[in-house]
Ligand binder design. Structure first.
Ligand code: ADP
Length: 308
């Protein structure tokens, strides 16, 4: 394992009884990058991430975090990472600051260092006014900031964030995005899961798209867009009667396309011209647009709704 590698999984599997939630994943996350794991609900993102932060038993395969074997050195790994779980997992028996103190004790940080660190984290995360508040009285955004403060108590080398902005109001979401950008600027390593594609595109240096326990692709968002979609998308609605005719014409000219209901998306690679499509298609509703990571996601994971 290279010194630059923060996390490495080798054919890792997670089963719940017979159900395979993570199905042979190979991933490498480099130190200093913000890596996003993207996928629909139930894809296996949390299951994979929980093994990485040593919260869940690995069924098969190997996993190394900061060069340490997750099957053997989980205590040491836990002392070097910070975790913000999806549901925050704050202890409502204690107020905000006591949640932080308690966690500092769990991390075996001495009282003096803990007090100093907590003071600066309360300031950094704009929590000073809430230090003595009971957990239930805090808004969703404030609880998330408290969970982040807790994750930073041990000055972690990697921060894991599970669906960090799910359920947050727009202001808290923006604040969190800026915070993640600040951590990135300081060269911190971040591993996050999200089902918000624009979040991954905005924040992540590289993303992996996961579905049904498998990784479908990994790379920088702009490279994934170029590779799987191309330079532009021509989108049009077709009358069901004409659809086959249009698709045959597109095939004739080697255009790659995807059909969803009666909407056709034509993926233009570099060198392919949209003008010819306008000659072929006689629909009134033709638009040309730049592709996004969302298009890659829908192409690879499909349009079907997931049950969960
Ligand atoms: P995601 O984070 O992508 O939404 P999860 O990792 O939470 O996906 O879940 C993947 C699949 O594993 C889902 O079908 C989910 O129902 C199942 N699953 C997750 N946790 C458990 C568990 N503790 N016991 C049984 N099945 C689980």
């Amino acid at each position: 394992m290279s010194l630059d590698t923060a996390i490495e999984t080798k054919h890792i599997v997670k089963k719940y009884n017979e159900f395979v939630a993570v199905n042979g994943v190979d991933l490498k996350v480099t130190k200093g990058e913000c890596f996003g794991l993207l996928g629909p609900n139930g894809a296996g993102k949390s299951s994979l991430m929980k093994m990485m932060y040593c919260h869940s038993v690995i069924t098969e395969g190997e996993l190394f975090v900061l060069g340490l074997n997750a099957k053997k050195n989980f205590r040491e790994i836990k002392s070097k990472i910070g975790v913000v779980p999806q549901d925050n997992l704050l202890d409502s028996d204690f107020n905000a600051i006591d949640n932080l103190r308690l966690f500092a004790k769990y991390q075996q940080i001495d009282d003096y260092t803990a007090a100093e660190t907590i003071r600066s984290l309360l300031k950094l995360l704009k929590l000073e006014d809430f230090a003595n508040s009971e957990i239930e009285t805090l808004s969703g955004g404030t609880q998330r900031r408290l969970a982040i403060a807790r994750a930073l108590i041990n000055s972690p080398e990697i921060i894991f964030l599970d669906e960090p902005t799910t359920g947050l109001d727009p202001q808290s979401r923006l604040w969190l995005w800026n915070f993640i950008k600040q951590v990135k600027e300081m060269n911190g390593t971040i591993f996050l899961t999200t089902h918000y594609i624009e979040e991954a595109e905005e924040l992540c240096d590289r993303v992996a798209i996961m579905d049904r326990g498998k990784i479908l692709c990994v790379d920088q968002p702009r490279i994934l867009i170029k590779q799987h979609i191309g330079d532009e998308i021509v989108e049009f609605f077709s009358n069901p009667v004409d659809l086959n005719y249009y698709l045959n014409r597109l095939k004739e000219f080697n255009y790659e396309y995807q059909v969803y209901n009666n909407m056709v998306l034509v993926f233009l690679k570099s060198g392919q011209d949209s003008k010819r499509i306008f000659d072929i298609i006689k629909s009134e509703k033709v638009t040309v647009r730049k592709p996004s990571l969302n298009d890659v996601f829908l192409k690879l994971a499909g349009y079907n709704l997931r049950d969960e």
